[in-house]
Ligand binder design. Structure first.
Ligand SMILES: [Zn+2]
Length: 195
């Protein structure tokens, strides 16, 4: 099986603003048996070294996929249409809303971030701006291990710090580094101060 994965990683080239695609091949049984389990390997077209199944599933959850299935005789037996890709319009809207990678303290611009499905596509999470947030490459890969929790409330992003960073009752906080919303927040604060 070959997965044609649109890539939006920071360094990947884009052509006319459209995401470049990465061709990933993986044995179907490895992907199905080990989705998210960390066993098996995949191959990126043009790269000699293998990548882990986790890296394959990362690429799929980041960029979506177009599934191409090749049988044992070498014949293409299935050619899917692209699935679960955020559209360029959705990517632009999400970037404008979030401003940067949403992890507090991270300054990687949203334009260099990936769009993360807050509720994973595999668990029924829609490919919609209400379920997508900007995460830089590093925080996207490290999300599960880092302990940051993300949720969307009526389309707005909230984040909860990991236990190692905030002790006691950890709070959900709204998060944005959108320039316009930060300016609004400063103005509100100034108005309060003058009252
Ligand atoms: Zn980040």
């Amino acid at each position: 099986m070959i997965l044609d994965v649109p890539s939006r990683a920071g360094e990947s080239p884009t052509i006319g603003g459209a995401p470049a695609t990465v061709l990933v091949s993986v044995r179907e049984q490895d992907l199905n048996a080990n989705f998210g389990q960390g066993h098996g390997v995949g191959w990126i077209d043009g790269v000699e070294a293998t990548i882990t199944i986790n890296a394959v599933t990362d690429l799929i959850s980041t960029g979506g996929q177009q599934k191409i299935v090749i049988n044992d005789e070498g014949r293409i037996i299935a050619l899917g249409s692209p699935e679960r890709c955020f559209t360029p319009a959705q990517r632009r809207a999400t970037r404008l809303r979030d401003g940067t990678c949403i992890i507090p303290g991270c300054t990687i611009p949203a334009g260099m971030s990936e769009i993360h499905h807050v509720i994973p596509h595999a668990e029924g999470g829609p490919t919609h701006t209400h379920n997508g947030v900007c995460l830089c490459w590093f925080h996207h890969r490290m999300l599960a291990a880092s302990g940051w929790a993300i949720r969307m409330i009526r389309g707005a992003v909230q984040i909860k710090a990991p236990p190692w960073l905030e002790t006691g009752a950890r709070k959900w906080r709204n998060v944005t580094k959108s320039r316009t919303r930060m300016t609004d927040a400063v103005e509100r604060k100034n108005v309060t101060r003058h009252d």
